[in-house]
Design a protein around this ligand. Sequence first.
Ligand code: B12
Length: 357
Amino acid sequence: MLQFGLRVTDISFNELHSNGFVWYAPGMHDFLETPYPLHPAPVHADRLVTTRQAAEICGVHASTVKRWCDAGELVCEHTPGGHRRIDLDVLLAFAVHQGVATDLDPFGPHAAAVWIASRAAVGARRLDPVVELWLGWLLRDEPAYLAPTMGYLLRAGLPLTTLFDAGIMTLLQQVGAAWYAGTLRIGDEHRVTEQVKDALHALRLQLAPARSAQAADDRVAIVASAPGNRHHLGAFMARILLEARGWSVRFLGADLPADELAAQQRSAGACLVCVSFSTPQTLADARRLAQILADESRKGQAFHLVLGGNALPPEAAAIEAPGLASCRALPSMAAFEAWLEQQFPGPRPEPMRGGRR
Ligand code: B12
């Protein structure tokens, strides 16, 4: 029988700790809060799959899996109740041996770990195993699996907003905490951020066909990071979300001067402007920008302004800017999507088709 020696993840939380890694730097609670709790203990999910799960993984009928088992071709165990259970590694090795392609093939030696982590993410909305996998890959400078995992999770049914709010944001919080604690070199922090950016670009291209089919001329948005803000992944996620919902987006990147935002809104005839604020920016910066854009909106076509990002405290919800069609400060991509659904109702975007590539 073929044997694999895979672990649930290739770098465990314990290894991270023994390497001097920290989950949370002291005094960072304000920006380390996540909608989903992180568990510092390793997650050892059951590696035994049912015949139905094995069938889903291999893209065959459950009766085929049972036949493989009963013929002794695929090694399985039996529960006290007589149900077949198959070790995930044995199944994946068997699939390779049989020439059966699975959605897990792109993950090579990490296939079992990706399946287990994706079940926690999609089934229990626990993203920490996925984040742990990503961190391990990135710290070892193996970013190639990052984008495929994102696509895999979406095809398995994880909402795009959860991938962003609980997955990517948490990953970067860990990276930021490690940098803050002095356990990650600044060059490595930059490298990892660039690798996440590349993966998000790849994800965007995977979602792009749906966008071009649905793009509606009246839904044009400007998306950028606020003047002075060099962080731009939050804005980039807002862009992906809008495009996935059929919007046409002018993405203007980081640190955009306020008058340029206004000029771009005018020239594109955009009905929506989205701006991301990151610490060390402040509520006052957001108020100032809203005021400038409100003056602009009053002179021409009224448009909606959405502010987001980790620099905005709850008080930002009270920012008023008469002249704008509306002004909202939203704490997450999930809140942004809910607002879009309410403000711009329309056909929901197609989820990524799937199960199989
Ligand atoms: C990567 C990074 C950088 C990169 C950014 C590169 C890039 N291309 O973006 C670089 C190296 C440039 C950088 C620079 C700095 N950084 Co920095 N950085 C980070 C890091 C590690 C990740 C940021 C990130 O991308 N997060 C992921 C995104 C997705 O999260 P997010 O922005 O919060 O977005 C989520 C929500 O806020 C919301 N959202 C965001 N935008 C929007 C927009 C809309 C419209 C909506 C609806 C929602 C929304 O949805 C997102 C998904 O949930 C964080 C660590 C952390 N804890 O976040 C530090 C961090 C933000 N940086 C920090 C600091 C101090 C700096 C510098 C001042 C360092 C320096 N001395 O130069 C400079 C500031 C530069 C500037 N003027 O902006 C601190 C801020 C601390 C503080 N309280 O001030 C942090 C927290 C690190 C730390 N642990 O101390 N940084």
